[in-house]
Design a protein around this ligand. Sequence first.
Ligand code: MTE
Length: 299
Amino acid sequence: MAGRWTNRLTRGDATPHHLLLMGRRRAMALLGAGAAATGLPAMAADDAPNTPDDIRGYNNFYEFGYDKTDPARYAGAMVTSSWTVRVDGLVDNPGDWSLGDLLAGLEVEERIYRLRCVEAWSMVIPWNGVELAQVLGRLGPQADARYVAFETVVQPAAMPGVRAGVLDFPYVEGLRLDEAMHPLTLLATGLWGEPLANQNGAPVRLVVPWKYGFKSIKSITRITLTADRPPTTWNLTNPREYGFMANVNPGVDHPRWSQSSERMIGAGLFGGRRDTEMFNGYADEVAHLYAGMDLAQDF
Ligand code: MTE
């Protein structure tokens, strides 16, 4: 899988929005190398990546509280040094992996992805990370593994939301193995070229750009390969409102609000909405994963 999404453009290149968002490797394949310098329309302001301040200041990380500013206020106390990830279940290479060993030798790429929260807001984030597929390749999923489960660290002393019991912790999430192996699925360690801030899920988090943001679990301490579909936090909390699949879908409303459009964080008070796209704009890449499924039923 290594190198499938090699970046050739830089953030400063003028890139039409839909190409920017699809990922640079594919954009370059479509445009031909060098096309970015040939007078393509400049990137519209509302398609530019959000600022580091937006991305680090408006967060969901319920371990630190409900308010969007709680993670930035409290997450600094989370201890992220000497990080290990427990790997277990249906894998050939289980164990307590240091983050360094887990990622050793893998190419860290920049991926500019749109993040669409189920709450109907969105950002554009320049992540740095490795394809999850590369890490899973290293761990060796066994033949009967069909899902990957993830778990977030629990540090009650540092986490007011854990102490208050705002959800059942640890926060858990999961993907089908084919989704986890998809080249768009990232294990991120940074954004805007810097290590992840704690409120963004330091030192390592998942990014699944075609799914609602709650699938992109932060501060991962455990990865388990399973045969059965693993439990996931929001689905456990309210199964009527939050499914396991959680694919971004403007045609399937949340029971309490429309999913047809989204508020763009950082776009100002006026004019900051856009239509939500199927699979968050990544349908060309991922729609085949769901062929034959009823996505209104399997939301
Ligand atoms: N991971 C953990 N452990 N706890 C959380 O509360 N919130 C999710 C996801 N990952 C969450 C989490 C939700 S709802 C969203 S929208 C994204 O993180 C937000 O990521 P960001 O704050 O980096 O933009």
